[in-house]
Design a protein around this ligand. Structure first.
Ligand SMILES: Nc1ncnc2c1ncn2[C@@H]1O[C@H](COP(=O)(O)OP(=O)(O)O)[C@@H](O)[C@H]1O
Ligand SMILES: [Mg+2]
Length: 385
């Protein structure tokens, strides 16, 4: 007498499986044979790609690819990859029946017979065009915000620079006048040296300003922090009034980080200018950079980081202000003095760089803002060449 096999899980009848797969409309789910010909087709695949099952079964799946991807051999490459690595994933443009394109997220998995032999490939396709557009839009907004912030900071820097320029011009004009009246050759040479020196300093100042103001596209690259912070000091020397001292403490041999350099410069500038604004009449700003291992204490991050902290002994923040500082447009500064966008940009940058930003503040004592950025890791599958 037959008894039910208790060791096997209760299998659904095949038809129920088919009904299940068929009913899914948000995902295209279909099978390919080992050569890339379509073997089965569900409602989701029809909705996303536009073909009915009877039109597409038996056709090669390369027709879903763009002309360029087909020419580059991508369909065959994906199959080979799925077969050799037990599956493959891809994201990119695909073509519908009507010729329109959509941004697809796909997974290819190998299907085996009960004996373990590979008999086909299961393909799951999602149309994530909307999600991609939203991400691109966000990126454009971030770039715009960044540019607006930069102009704001630039205004603050140039205010101080106009004063420095005036001093340099006074030296140049005064020395030139004296030189014209003098018949002492050695003295004229000395005066000309003053003129040259002042001219060179002026030209350095405009160079720094121009390289900061240039509109760049965002690009992550390996950054030598010590160099970046040094060039920031040069920019800042014009924006900080006399009573404010800026002290840098950069640990020797800091490991590199991988971020967009102008954005990082902008972020540090924001933090230092906020510290500047926290003083009634003067004080000390410390900018420190050192290595730090995080074990989940901040934003649940683990691993090797570089911590850059900007601390001031200014007025600090109370419990009403502190929790809100990263909100866009939150500012306690008067009209025309603050935009409330500085720290929200810092926050966005930290998140985008897989790092974090932390604020620690005591009213009447001061504030410490700490930015952690992951240490640059060499790609594991590439040799150093
Ligand atoms: N170092 C600091 N000391 C005291 N308050 C600060 C400091 N940094 C930021 N804040 C507070 O956070 C608010 C938001 O900062 P931010 O986003 O840079 O905008 P903004 O500087 O334009 O006001 C500031 O208005 C200020 O109240
Ligand atoms: Mg600010």
């Amino acid at each position: 007498m037959d008894s039910p096999d208790c060791s096997a899980p209760h299998a659904l009848p095949t038809s129920t499986y088919e009904q299940l797969v068929q009913a899914v409309v948000d995902y295209g789910i279909y099978m390919l044979d080992l050569n890339g010909y379509v073997v089965s087709w569900n409602a989701g695949a029809q909705r996303i790609k536009g073909y009915r099952a009877d039109e597409i079964i038996g056709q090669h799946f390369s027709r879903f690819f763009t002309q360029a991807d087909r020419a580059a051999g991508k369909p065959a490459w994906l199959i080979a990859r799925a077969l050799s690595q037990d599956g493959a994933q891809d994201e990119g443009w695909r073509v519908r029946k009507d010729g329109s394109e959509f941004w697809a997220l796909i997974a290819l998995d190998v299907v085996r017979s009960p004996e373990g032999e590979i008999i086909g490939l299961a393909k799951i396709t999602r149309d994530i065009t909307d999600r991609r557009n939203a991400a691109l839009q966000l990126e454009t907004m971030r770039a715009q915000l960044f540019q607006a912030q930069k102009l704001d900071a630039l205004g603050q820097l140039t205010g101080g620079m106009a004063h420095d320029f005036n001093n340099l011009l006074t030296i140049i004009i005064g020395s030139a006048r004296l030189a014209m009246r003098s018949s002492d050759g050695a003295r004229v040479t000395r005066l000309l040296e003053h003129i040259l020196d002042a001219g060179e300093r002026g030209s350095q100042m405009t160079q720094q300003l121009l390289s900061f103001a240039r509109r760049n596209t965002l690009k992550a690259e390996r950054i030598d922090l010590a160099r970046l912070i040094e060039s920031l000091r040069a920019l800042l020397s014009h924006a900080l009034p006399d009573g404010i001292e800026l002290v840098l403490e950069i640990e020797a041999q800091l490991p590199p980080v991988e971020v967009d350099a102008p954005q990082l410069q902008m972020v540090l500038l924001n933090l230092v200018l906020n510290a500047r604004d926290a003083f009634e009449d003067g004080g000390l700003i410390q900018l420190r950079a050192s290595r730090r291992t995080l074990k989940g204490e901040w934003d649940n991050l683990h691993g090797e980081f570089v911590q850059i902290s900007v601390s001031d002994n200014g007025r600090g923040m109370d419990a009403q202000v502190l929790p809100r500082i990263f909100e866009p447009f939150f500012t306690t500064k008067g009209f025309g003095k603050g935009t409330g966008l500085g720290l929200s940009q810092v926050y966005g940058f930290a998140r985008q760089s897989n790092g974090c930003i932390n604020a620690d503040s005591t009213p009447g004592v001061g504030t410490c803002m700490s930015l952690c950025l992951p240490v640059w890791q060499p790609p594991s599958n590439e040799s150093e060449s």
